[in-house]
Ligand binder design. Structure first.
Ligand SMILES: Cc1cc2nc3c(=O)[nH]c(=O)nc-3n(C[C@H](O)[C@H](O)[C@H](O)COP(=O)(O)OP(=O)(O)OC[C@H]3O[C@@H](n4cnc5c(N)ncnc54)[C@H](O)[C@@H]3O)c2cc1C
Length: 288
């Protein structure tokens, strides 16, 4: 395994060995190797690249290194900056996974159950991609998750640019069991008072996080942004939850021959109720 000391060295190592793959914490990659799904011809380890293990401030944004571990993001100083990402990091698997697993690995794996992903979608984060010869390009995180801007073989996620909103934000996750587990559904809600916006993303129920844009606009229009304390009646919170859930898990379309659409299955109805409850609670907590 090659262990470069800088992002550009890592990119150069990947360019020189096209069959090699990058490995950060190895929690996803080694699981795939152990299951026989992957046999990389070489590995480029990212664990010694100090420049991507912390964060810096830039024009009202935080530039997060892709090598930040979940454990580091879960600490109080990070939680004071980006509370929803810290909450997602604290929920990302058992301690040994959080100690090794990284933000960049979570994004590059792009698993539907990646806990950081709905938070990054709600924050409208962008990725700084490092390429050969010091090249850098910036893309919305949603493009990579949708497969619209795939990484070229010698490209790496270097940094994640996240706006610092200085306002409440919440991440909530439902799992199929007690204790740490993969999300069956997750919701991130972010308040953006400067733009009088509420942004919400639902994770784990589709290949990539879903944004219920109409529900966001509707609920933002009900909030008294100039009041001493932004608050909403419980009925409005409940309606927001239902709106989000119905937008992300819609009713079946009516059939062309006019026959009534088939009902949602009990499992899908349960998932819809879970999403509604998470969205209602997340917004309630953000406003409380
Ligand atoms: C038991 C278990 C429980 C888990 N529970 C959760 C959970 O609850 N929530 C959750 O979100 N995740 C969970 N995970 C998944 C995993 O821990 C995370 O996705 C983690 O963030 C992956 O990071 P990593 O550094 O270990 O990635 P790695 O395994 O090192 O890499 C994963 C993929 O990303 C690529 N990659 C890594 N870094 C970069 C980079 N900078 N640029 C480009 N490509 C890169 C690698 O080539 C590889 O394809 C769990 C995993 C296990 C094994």
């Amino acid at each position: 395994m090659t262990l470069p000391a800088s992002l550009d060295e890592a990119v150069a190592a990947l360019a020189a060995m096209p069959a090699a793959v990058p490995v950060a914490g190895g929690t996803d990659l080694m699981a795939a190797v152990n299951r026989g799904l992957l046999r990389p011809a070489g590995l480029v380890g990212l664990g010694r690249i100090n420049e991507i293990r912390g964060w810096q401030y830039q024009d009202g944004h935080a530039l997060l290194g892709a090598g930040l571990t979940h454990a580091r993001m879960g600490r109080p100083d990070f939680a004071a900056l980006i509370p929803a990402l810290a909450a997602a990091a604290r929920a990302a698997g058992p301690p040994q996974i959080r100690n090794a697993g990284t933000l960049g690995g979570n994004i590059a794996s792009a698993a539907p159950t990646g806990d950081a992903l709905p938070v990054l979608a709600a924050l409208e984060a962008t990725l700084v991609i490092a390429g050969p010869d010091g090249a850098r390009r910036e893309i919305p995180v949603s493009h990579l998750l949708a497969g619209r801007d795939m990484l070229a073989p010698a490209e790496l996620i270097g940094y994640v640019r996240v706006p610092l909103l200085h306002a409440p934000q919440v991440f909530l996750k439902a799992t199929g069991r007690t204790g740490p587990g993969r999300a069956t559904a997750s919701v991130a809600v972010v308040l953006d008072p400067a733009r009088r916006g509420v942004r919400c993303a639902v994770g784990a129920i589709a290949p990539m996080p879903l944004r219920p844009l109409e529900a966001e606009r509707w609920i933002a229009s009900l909030i008294d942004w100039d009041g001493e304390r932004a608050a909403l009646a419980p009925e409005a919170l409940g309606a927001f939850g239902e709106y989000v859930a119905a937008a992300c898990i819609p009713d079946p379309a009516p059939s062309v021959d006019g026959a009534p659409p088939p009902p949602l299955s009990p499992a899908v109805l349960h998932l819809r109720r879970t999403v509604a409850a998470l969205a209602r609670r997340a917004l309630g907590r953000a406003l409380s």
